[in-house]
Ligand binder design. Sequence first.
Ligand code: PLP
Length: 283
Amino acid sequence: MQPKTSESETAQSNSNVKSIKPKAVALTIAGSDPSGGAGLQADLKSFQQLGVYGTSVITLLTVQNTCGVTAVEILSPELIVAQLDAVIDDIPPRALKTGALGSAAVVAAVSQRLRNATCPIVVDPVLVSKHGHSLAADEVVEAYRRDLLPLAYMVTPNRFEAERLTGCKIVDMESAGEAIHQLHHLGTRYPLIKLGAIDGDSVHLLGLDDENICLSVPRLPEGNTHGAGCILSATITASLALGETDVKAAVLFGIHRVYEALHCHSKLGQGIHPAEIRALVRP
Ligand code: PLP
């Protein structure tokens, strides 16, 4: 007879198999990147590398490789919510993240379905590329502000996305602090703004309950950053799914994992190479 597995126990089918935490499940609601470096592919790989069982709801399909995106097709809100309905109660996630949602209607429909979710929601708002190019219309930004940010445990915008979500022009730490304040005001518990390069470091500002803290790692040369934002939010989500309750520890872990993924440069593809998720072996 198999021994009973409780939440605090780990499952092992035999001694050669690594211990598994049965409840460590994370869901990503995101777009597909066929090149495998970003989007739901990056999320699922990041979950898997940490021993977290990943489920996924596809919001949109991109046609892209490391050289660029040539087409995007957004699925209907009904089909997206049907995927969520199918999976969320059957294999309940302990944490979930959203990536590219594509349209205001999708943001509204997903938010409506997540209103009673009991697990933490990490929102990676894919609105503006890290180089400053807009990826979403103003009505999408408004839907995030109105519908999704009030449900979010964490939101992980880059500097440009934080500017669009809050209306604050971020030029220094003080204005970044004001953007954090605005994101708190919109209902997100822990905003994390990826400020980018400052004095040779890659800098992040995390808004905790009663203070903002600056977290940095040395900046590495550009060229293999495709998917870095997805890996960061997916790794934080995976940590939460593994039961991490210290938000600063989850964020620091994510930042260091991204650093490792950027440091290990395997130059896949002819364009902006994917950050190397395979570097992220289980700790
Ligand atoms: N989601 C999808 C489907 C994408 O194609 C991209 C970028 O190409 C992203 C998210 C964001 O990727 P990154 O982590 O590089 O910001």
